[in-house]
Ligand binder design. Sequence first.
Ligand SMILES: Cc1ncc(COP(=O)(O)O)c(C=O)c1O
Length: 418
Amino acid sequence: MLKQNSEKEIISTDRNEIQIESKKYSDYPVNGFYGKFGGAYAPEILQPALGELLKAFEELKSDENFLSELHYLNRHLGGRPTPLYKLNRLTKKFGNAPIILKREDLVHGGAHKFNNVIGQALVAKFLGKPRIIAETGAGQHGVATSIVGAALGLETEIFMGEVDIQRQMPNVQRMKLLGAKVTAVKSGSRTLKDAVNEAMRNWVATVEDTHYLIGSVVGPHPFPLMVRHFQSVIGKELKSEFFETYGRLPSHVVACVGGGSNAAGTFYPLIDDDVELIGVEAGGRGTDLGENSATLNFGSPAIIHGAKSYSIQDNDGQIIETHSISAGLDYPGVGPEHSFWKESGRVRYTSITDTEALQAFNLLCKYEGIIPALESSHALAYALKLSKELDSTEEIVVTLSGRGDKDLNSVLNLQEKE
Ligand SMILES: Cc1ncc(COP(=O)(O)O)c(C=O)c1O
């Protein structure tokens, strides 16, 4: 177990040894590791590409030309900055402490995924790679990658599980319209984890001219670091926008966790501040193995997709098929930094069931005129519970990671069945 003391030193009591590392949470990763999590457990053939990527990223993240191009594209193509929006009607009717949305649903493409892909695609261009590949679950990362592929003139191929293709058809059609090749993955559970495996396999074969544009804070180092960096635009804006209106920081900040990129980007700029951070995973149909995708709530540490992190496995250590109503949360792994934040106690991770997420989805539509993504509805559902418990002088900021247009078919089908 790890815990945080008032000087923000992290005290590790693993294997009964007490080690003191004088580090703030924001100092991680150290050599690619977040405490005992992270690393780059990737095939030999990818190691040079991972090294080259880290070097380019370290150089570019403070390069003025790179930063000004990134800023321009985020603002004029992506539509940033996104606003904060206070849910007056919903809070008055169902809660107590005000709930305020960080509106990532307004970003071009319909979700926070754009923030990461635009940064990584610029890095790929700098590395002289003419082709990008990506995996996608909900299709939002695939759409965002197809957008930047078209905008920057990069050949684009998206790997997507067959099951996800069925439940996210509008996004598949969008990717094709944007000029990307969509490859159906027919192995395993035919969902996100299988799409990641297939994209990794393709990268091994094409690494010379291809950048693998990973869609969350997962995978081997430096991907979790790089994705967190580009997604941190969410938390940075949130902090300054909130401060501008309220003159202080919010007491609570909530985000949903699939692989964990919108949550990492929201939390990281607040990680050394006195703000309660809560990650919400998919509780699905219940706590039994295979009935949810709540990796940090019900999983255990393992090596998954190139990094040490929590994952959901059976007794033989096999990664299992998970379930969630929302394709973007239906993943048996999670970013290594979240595993670190969980074990250190810095971030609290909870879960919300399919039914609760659907209820929150409907409430936001009916009371506030916003159709949320099913993924984001998990964060909202938890915020609604929390709002009742808190004082009206505290506030909860929720990252609304995406809009729900892609989920209309799924939601309408479910409502018909009921
Ligand atoms: C709208 C939306 N929110 C959240 C997620 C989950 O991803 P992450 O945890 O990386 O933010 C997805 C994934 O596809 C998504 O589309």
